[in-house]
Design a protein around this ligand. Structure first.
Ligand SMILES: Nc1ncnc2c1ncn2[C@@H]1O[C@H](COP(=O)(O)OP(=O)(O)OP(=O)(O)O)[C@@H](O)[C@H]1O
Ligand SMILES: [Mg+2]
Length: 1079
């Protein structure tokens, strides 16, 4: 939390003289002394700062201190010059009031230092930034340059300002510096050619000789030795604590920062060197024939060097030092100069050169630091003018300087004492008048247009006839004799007749700050400030750009015979302008006091301080402050400033401003004795009340700022939100549009697709219909065409050649076929089914037909052949067919049997009486009756037996007797075995277990084997109740004789055995039948 302090905290003595109790001169001085002894060099009288020169550096100007005083109320902290600077800066920035800082005090009291402190403080607290910093730097760096050229060591001050300076610093609405304007007032140029004892010429001469490099000095044709130059006083050439060499570097650096070009700096130094050289030019008298002395230059070397430096023709300057041309009414009179005049001319030239150089420097700096922006500026003026001076020997310069100080005192009195008191009366505030000394009378003595000293001096200067300083003094003595502040020995005022402290050639003025004795010598000359035209013309002719600029009146084309305004007149005018300028601004006073004459720290010379306090009217100042009110303000601005402190007046007060202020004060419960209501202003007695109001306002402003911030933030958020919303709507609408567009496009696309499909479908349907129609038409057309064609062809066929081929072909084919069939009919083979002949085919294309016809013919022939058969024959053939099925290609005997008809009954038993009995025994029809050989197992020999076959039985009987040997039912027959060869052997195999099987199988041999077996097979297959009889055709088979089984094996008989079949018993088990090989 910020610690609230006040100037009352830890106070040494009293920080504000207004609070001093009791208020006497002694207590006043005691308080100052006490504070001075405790290094408290600043004390307030209300808002006026009294500054005592400490003559040593104090640790109270650090950046921390700057921060401490920044944005703090004037009375909040212990008195400081920073508090005043801060107050001035803030009221400039926040209340839009132009300010001026008026720094007054004697020479050496610390005005220049104070002005620098104010500037550095403002520079530290105002805005920052590249451009702003550059401006600040240039403003600050203008000081060392001007100090080098305009300050000098005097007996009172080692760095005494020998010119008046008023600097307007311009700020923009934010309080950032924009630039500045410097005004300079009357440089004490007499110092260039002559310095009082114990004093020095301007610093730059010493700085140049000490600090410039050898090379630079050589270029400037200078030597480092001060004693070489007449214009440099030697007794205090070096000043302790002043490092001229280092300062020279600082100045060069500062010039660079301010914006001087390298060649400009060189030109400036050349001019400085030229002044030094000029001082060394000496003259000697040379008698002329007319008895007059004429000056001649003693040693032309310096003149030569100077002319080289400035690019002036030596003879021109030499002549200008010997002759003077006076032009009057178209007449030119050239007179010679004597030595004294030549010296006067020389010095005049040196002074003019230097003072014009100084003015040029100020103009050049102004060019650099002038505000670029053309906007309205707020201005803070800092006035650092030479202080009140009382030397042993005071001349025109001191007169001018002191006049200026009188004017400043006047403005102080005007604004702080008289104006204040008058205001109380004007405003109807109860007031007891306080006596103070008003120096307006002294100002009047000096500046009065009719009989003021300056006016008389001017009058004297312009008067034709012999004019000397004495005539001027005489005039003063006559006119000002009665003035209470003017003293002169020769004045009519008899009281000074015997005043020996007042020499004859002097006059004394009782300034507000003390009596000053002025020697009139030089007043007229200095006021005239004449430079012989020959010299200014010589300078104008110089081949040096800067010199040419400095002496524009030397231009022969612009010869002006009018006298230039006198120095006094110019000064009065510029001081007048300055005063009216200051009156438009809000003044802030710094009243510098010198604690001793020895430039020593820690010495507080009470009488000296008392003297200063008196003439500065500090006591009166305190008294007026104490009796009066610390603060006043017109009702309107007051109400405007504080209306937010009361609900009734905020935000608008409808009634008169005064009533508003009254409501405000009552509402704030400010004690009634703390303020008074004037006619147009409110007067606040105590600064604390003001602070109270300010503090409240500050708090309120913070609250308001918070409120504004809140509203602003709300507004910002809302507008941001609305913007977002608006944007969202735009985005959404765009998106919706986009989406709808997409959807629409999709629908459109789909519609197009559906449409295209429908159209396609319709088109196809139509196409189909059309196609169909077309086809129909085409068909109709085709049919019609064909029909017509047919019709036509039918009608015209007979005429068509194309049909001929086919017809011929058909005819040919028909003919061929006819021929073929007729040929075939005639060539048909016999009707015998076995006739294999068939006529050859006539054409290969008839292959199929030919073969088919052959097959059909054969089938037909067979059918025909078969149709001829009787039933018996048919049966015979059926048996033959069966025989072929059974034996064809199986038994070699078969082919021979084919031709043999199956007779069946070879024996005619019924007719043979031998077999009567047998025939009767066999009651069934005998299907086959033949003689067979029954093979004997024992030897293989056959014994003939009758073999009868009926539908049911096989009967074997003796051939001779016809005795029945065996009657085997066909059902008992299992199979019949025979060989594949040409033999007639066959075995009737009986079913095992059957009744017939007891006798065993029968091995028989027959000549009609094929017929026998075929019939046997045929009967057994016709009987439905019987199994089909197996016929085994094997060359080796077993025969079951009674006891045992014998294998009957058929072998190929060798040819030697003849053609008969023989059967031999090989062993018990084998009967070998040898069969002759079939041919
Ligand atoms: N605040 C200060 N702190 C330390 N020294 C100071 C202060 N003020 C002044 N001085 C010393 O006093 C000297 C004289 O001060 P300054 O040049 O400001 O006097 P001045 O009033 O400008 O005199 P003049 O009228 O001759 O120009 C300075 O050179 C410096 O040494
Ligand atoms: Mg000064």
């Amino acid at each position: 939390m910020e610690v609230k302090t006040s100037l009352l905290d830890n106070m040494i003595g009293v920080g504000d003289m207004v609070l001093l109790e009791p208020l006497t001169e002694d207590s006043f001085l005691e308080n100052l002394k006490k504070r001075f002894d405790h290094n408290e060099i600043y004390t307030y009288i209300g808002s006026v700062v009294i500054s005592l020169n400490p003559y040593r550096s104090l640790p109270i100007y650090t950046p921390d201190k700057v921060e401490e005083y920044r944005n703090r109320n004037f009375y909040e902290l212990s008195p400081h010059i920073y508090a005043l600077a801060d107050e001035a800066y803030r009221s400039l920035r926040d209340q839009d009031k132009d300010q001026c800082i008026l720094i007054t005090g004697e020479s050496g009291a610390g005005k220049t230092e104070a002005s620098k402190l104010v500037m550095s403080y403002v520079a530290a607290v105002c805005g920052k930034g590249q451009e702003v910093n550059k401006v600040k730097e240039q403003l600050l760096q203008s000081n060392p340059v001007l100090e080098a050229f305009g300050n000098a060591k005097t007996v009172r001050n080692d760095n005494s300002s020998r010119f008046g300076k008023y600097m307007d610093i311009e700020f923009d609405f934010k309080g950032d510096p924009l630039g500045g304007v410097i005004s300079n007032y009357l440089l004490e140029k007499s110092r260039v050619v002559k310095q009082p004892r114990g004093e020095r010429n301007f610093h730059i001469f010493y700085q140049l000789l000490s600090g410039a490099s050898d090379d630079t000095l050589k270029k400037l044709k200078l030597e480092r030795d001060f004693s070489k130059y007449n214009y440099l006083s030697l007794d205090s050439a070096t000043v302790s604590g002043l490092d001229d060499a280092a300062n020279f570097r600082t100045v060069r650096n500062a010039m660079q920062i301010v914006g001087f070009m390298e060649d400009e700096m060189q030109s400036v130094l050349e001019l400085v060197a030229a002044v030094l050289k000029l001082g060394n030019i000496e003259f000697k008298p040379e008698s002329r024939c007319n008895g007059m002395d004429e000056s001649r230059i003693k040693d032309k070397n310096d003149l030569k060097e100077m002319c080289e430096l400035l690019g002036i023709e030596q003879s021109v300057l030499e002549r200008a030092f010997s002759y003077r041309t006076v032009e009057a009414k178209m007449e030119k009179v050239s007179t010679t100069l004597n030595v004294a005049q030549a010296y006067y001319a020389r010095d005049a030239l040196a002074k003019n050169l230097y003072s014009r150089l100084f003015s040029w420097l100020v103009t050049r700096i102004n060019e650099s630091i002038k505000a670029q922006a053309k906007t309205r500026h707020k201005v803070m003026g800092v006035l650092d003018i030479y202080g009140f001076e009382i030397f042993e020997d005071n001349s025109f310069e001191q007169f001018i300087i002191n006049y200026c100080n009188e004017k400043l005192q006047q403005i102080f009195i005007e604004l702080t004492l008289r104006e204040e008191q008058e205001e109380y009366i004007r405003e109807g505030i109860e007031w007891t008048n306080i006596e103070y000394f008003n120096n307006a009378v002294i100002c009047d003595l000096i500046e009065n247009n009719q009989n003021g000293i300056l006016a008389m001096l001017d009058e004297e200067c312009l008067r034709p006839g012999t004019v000397t300083d004495e005539t001027f003094l005489d005039k003063l003595n006559t006119i000002c004799a009665d003035h209470q502040h003017f003293e002169s020995r020769l004045s009519k005022n008899s009281k000074f007749l015997n005043d020996h402290s007042l020499p004859h050639n002097c006059f004394r003025i009782q300034h507000y700050a003390g009596k000053v004795l002025y020697r009139v010598e030089g007043f007229v000359d200095k006021n005239n400030d004449l430079l012989y035209r020959d010299l200014s013309q010589a300078m104008y002719k110089a081949n040096h750009s800067l010199i040419k600029q400095l002496f524009p009146e030397g231009n022969p084309v612009k010869v002006n015979l009018k006298r230039p305004p006198t120095a006094g007149f110019q000064f009065k005018a510029s001081v007048g302008t300055l005063m009216s300028n200051l009156q438009t601004k809000n003044p802030n006073y710094i009243r510098c006091i010198k604690p001793n004459d020895k430039k020593a720290s820690h010495i507080f010379n009470e009488s000296l301080v008392c003297h200063q306090a008196r003439y500065l009217g500090l006591m009166e100042n305190v008294r007026v402050r104490r009796a009066g009110y610390a603060f006043r303000q017109a009702y309107e601005p007051c109400l405007e400033r504080y209306k937010m402190l009361c609900k009734n007046t905020w935000p608008h007060w409808k009634g008169p401003a005064r009533q508003g202020v009254e409501v405000l004060m009552t509402n704030l419960q400010v004690p009634a004795e703390e303020y008074s209501y004037g006619r147009s202003k409110i007067f606040i007695r105590n600064p604390r009340t003001l602070f109270f109001l300010e503090e409240k306002r500050k708090q309120c402003l913070e609250d308001l700022a918070t409120l504004i911030q809140k509203i602003y933030r709300g507004w910002k958020c809302r507008s941001h939100f609305l913007l977002l919303k608006k944007s969202q709507i735009v985005v959404a609408s765009w998106y919706r549009r986009y989406a709808q567009q997409k959807k629409y496009q999709k629908i459109k696309h789909s519609t197009t697709v559906v449409q295209s499909y429908t159209r396609g479908w319709q088109a196809r349907k139509l196409l189909r219909e059309l196609k169909y129609q077309k086809k129909c038409e085409e068909a109709v057309t085709t049919i019609a065409a064909f029909w017509h064609g047919t019709q036509v062809r039918r009608e015209y066929r007979k005429f068509f050649r194309a049909n001929a081929g086919k017809k011929i072909y058909n005819f040919t084919i028909q003919r061929i076929m006819q021929k073929y069939f007729l040929g075939l009919k005639s060539k048909l083979p016999s009707m015998s089914p076995i006739d294999k002949t068939w006529p050859a085919r006539p054409y290969s294309f008839l292959d199929g037909v030919h073969a088919e016809l052959r097959r059909i013919f054969h089938l037909w022939r067979c059918k025909k052949y078969r149709s001829q058969f009787t039933e018996e024959k048919k049966a015979v053939y059926e048996e033959k067919l069966e025989a072929s099925e059974l034996f064809k290609d199986k038994k070699a005997l078969y082919p021979s049997s084919v031709r043999q008809p199956f007779k069946g009954d070879y024996l005619e038993i019924s007719k043979n009486p031998k077999y009567q009995k047998l025939s009767s025994a066999v009651d069934e029809k005998i299907l086959l009756a033949d003689v067979v050989n029954k093979i004997n197992r024992a030897n293989g020999k056959g014994s003939p037996r009758l073999f009868l076959l009926t539908k049911k039985n096989v009967v074997l009987a003796d051939q001779k007797t016809g005795q029945l040997k065996a009657n085997v039912p066909l059902t008992d027959l299992a199979s019949v075995s025979t060989s594949s060869q040409t033999d007639g052997f066959f075995a009737l195999k009986l079913k095992e277990g059957s009744a017939s099987a007891i006798k065993g199988d029968f091995l028989l041999s027959s000549d009609h084997l094929i017929e026998m077996i075929t019939k046997l097979h045929r009967i057994s297959s016709m009987a439905a109740d019987r199994e089909k009889l197996n016929i085994d055709i094997l060359d080796e088979f077993l025969v079951q004789f009674k006891q045992d089984k014998v294998c009957v094996k058929f072998i190929q008989g060798s040819p030697k055995n003849g053609n008969s079949v023989s059967c031999k018993r090989k062993n018990n088990r084998l009967l070998e039948v040898s069969v002759p090989a079939s041919s």
